[in-house]
Ligand binder design. Structure first.
Ligand SMILES: [Zn+2]
Length: 265
């Protein structure tokens, strides 16, 4: 198959997966009881996609990724409610991740593994940014899948993976415990602990320092930018939502391993 056909398909499938992810991102926190449902749908697949404001069922024409958003100028066709730029960004992000997955994958099994990792991280990133939660329903399967795929030839060895999960999750749990002890309030959530365990499982123990360094540096830079931007109170008072930076760090570390920038062992 010509390369451009393959990458064209990846772009399209990625956008469609992004479109599906938008529904999951909206509904999973409600379905898991993390945020109020307020009469809005919380089933992940049922009812089918509908406007969050007026409940109108979306027709196939409204469901074309990216194009529908642009043609409708980001508004519901019936009630005019704003659809939210997040929907467009997740669809575009899905396209880019689709292309990256095809580019990085050395085999069909790797294609599945990388795709699952990237899209679950995208969902976790947006859910944490919007709600402040990293749902167990995503972090725990991600951890299990990381351990499972370690038996495939393109990932860290099972030993690396299991030690990575144990040391990553355990280390962060200790850090969270110490923070609670000394500051008397929650600094890192349990979701962060499970996410780092999953990151250790996917990337291996040897990669953990790099992974945590990337997440901390990008997280601190972001907090600094918020302070410089005059949002000092918000940056300091709000608990730092670490999830998005952890997700980005896991994706980057795993990508570096696939490109053999450093050997996971
Ligand atoms: Zn509507």
């Amino acid at each position: 198959m010509a390369d451009w056909v393959l990458y064209g398909a990846a772009l399209l499938v990625g956008a469609l997966l992004g479109s599906f992810l938008n529904v999951v991102i909206s509904r999973l926190p409600r379905s898991a009881g993390l945020v109020e449902a307020e009469g809005r749908p919380s089933g992940l697949a049922y009812p089918p996609s509908q406007c969050e404001a007026c409940g109108r069922r979306l027709r196939p024409f409204d469901l074309i990724p990216v194009l529908s958003y642009i043609l409708l100028r980001g508004r519901c066709r019936t009630c005019g409610a704003e659809i939210g730029i997040r929907h467009l960004l997740v669809e575009i992000g899905g396209s880019l991740l689709g292309v990256a997955t095809v580019y990085l994958a050395p085999s069909a099994l790797a294609l599945a593994a990388i795709g699952i990792l990237f899209f679950m991280l995208l969902a976790l990133t947006v859910i944490d940014a919007e709600t402040g939660f990293l749902p167990d329903r995503l972090t725990l399967p991600l951890l299990a899948l990381g351990l499972g795929f370690s038996f495939a030839p393109f990932t860290p060895s099972p030993v690396q993976s299991f030690i990575g999960a144990l040391v990553g999750g355990g280390g962060l749990w200790l850090l969270a415990f110490a923070y609670r002890l000394f500051r008397g309030r929650e600094g890192l959530g349990g979701g962060d602990v499970k996410l780092v365990a999953a990151g250790g499982a996917w990337c291996g123990a040897v990669a953990l320092p790099a992974l945590l360094l990337i997440a901390s540096v990008t997280g601190l830079l972001f907090a600094l930018f918020q302070m410089v931007g005059g949002r000092k109170e918000r940056a300091l008072s709000a608990e730092l939502r670490f999830g998005p930076f952890l997700c980005a760090a896991i994706a980057l570390t795993y990508t570096a391993e696939l490109l053999e920038l450093f050997a996971p062992g």
